[in-house]
Design a protein around this ligand. Sequence first.
Ligand SMILES: Cc1cc2nc3c(=O)[nH]c(=O)nc-3n(C[C@H](O)[C@H](O)[C@H](O)COP(=O)(O)OP(=O)(O)OC[C@H]3O[C@@H](n4cnc5c(N)ncnc54)[C@H](O)[C@@H]3O)c2cc1C
Length: 396
Amino acid sequence: MGLKIDLDLCTGCGACVAVCPFCALAQRAADGKVEVNEACTACGACLETCPVGALSMEVAEKKADAAALDAFRGLWVFAEQRGGKVQEVAYELLGEGRVLADKLGVELCAVLLGHQIGNCAATLFEHGADKVYVVDHPALEKYTAEPYSEAMSALIKKYKPEVVLAGATSMGRGFIARVAIQVNAGLTADCTELGVDVDKRLLLQTRPAFGGNIMACIVCPDHRPQMATVRPKVFKQPAPTAGRTGQLVAEKLDLKDPVVKVLETVNAMQNEVNVAGAEFIVTGGRGVGGPENFKLLAELAEALGGAAIGASRAAVDAGWISSFHQVGQTGKTVRPKIYVACGVSGQIQHLVGMNSSDTIIAINKDPDAPIFGVADVGIVGDLFQVVPELVKALKK
Ligand SMILES: Cc1cc2nc3c(=O)[nH]c(=O)nc-3n(C[C@H](O)[C@H](O)[C@H](O)COP(=O)(O)OP(=O)(O)OC[C@H]3O[C@@H](n4cnc5c(N)ncnc54)[C@H](O)[C@@H]3O)c2cc1C
């Protein structure tokens, strides 16, 4: 792919030179016509500026072999388990996976990796899996990226799924990129929405791009499987169907001894808040004004029956509260029953982390704050007056 300039059409107006973000275009001294240099990234920003249509993009003709792509069928979910307990993100992905698999008319499968994890499969069936692939191997007992990616890649190469989804957790993020390389597939990380183009059999993977300022829809037309990670709490967990069963495929793999050995696991998070899993969250933004004022939010949290405290990045960056509390694109994605945003403006990077909350209550003194665009209840006012009133009312 590359930029092509038709010098017969070029009038030397220079309009394209001015817009190139990489200084890849320059006018020739002799006649003013435009030349492209090696700094060109083929971003296409210049194309529409040319008034005479002298610029075009050459697209490398690389047609995927349709028959080879057709050999891939089925939608897979990596069923993350820790200590023999399936993590909620796996159920959330099965819920969304069920919808997508039904649209594509394919099986929904879960992949379970670990050691002595047989009982986990039953809950995966109850949450919608038609089939569960299990690799039970001592090398998979404690998570490390090497054997996990080796096992997953071996399964993908053998069974050829069309789509593979994993949680954007430390584990999912840690090994799934290796898998994508090993099976020569693309990977879209941290999707906030998934869909399918049934005719083209494409997974539509939406995620924030350019610092969260746009939502990009990404497709992988030429490679299979189509792989994506999704953060916990982006999708709703489906209600389990007790007694639902499916096909269990126990796969024997001869895995290499991992180079990295886990000697000890330390849970550094055990005394930290779990904002991501909270049912009620009271969040403070820059409008809270300082670390000492988070006490006020703690009172509201207590009056709500023990809500977790969230924070915007502005509050975290100011050093008022630890980053464990941060909600948003670079913080946690949350889906509580009630989300109270106090002194938070509601920039897109914050909204993508909390706009799936059941009920959003926003307190802000600026009536035009974007947070009111997603709020179910908006209170225009000074949080230092509104919050104490709310606490008083709740205590009654
Ligand atoms: C790549 C990238 C990733 C990012 N990730 C995140 C993320 O994960 N999470 C996140 O939150 N941000 C993130 N940001 C930052 C984001 O763009 C905003 O800067 C941030 O969310 C603003 O925080 P805020 O709403 O607390 O502060 P501000 O935007 O400054 O808003 C403060 C609000 O408080 C109100 N206010 C002031 N005083 C009072 C009062 N007494 N009573 C009531 N209201 C009052 C004001 O009217 C204002 O609306 C990211 C940015 C980038 C570029």
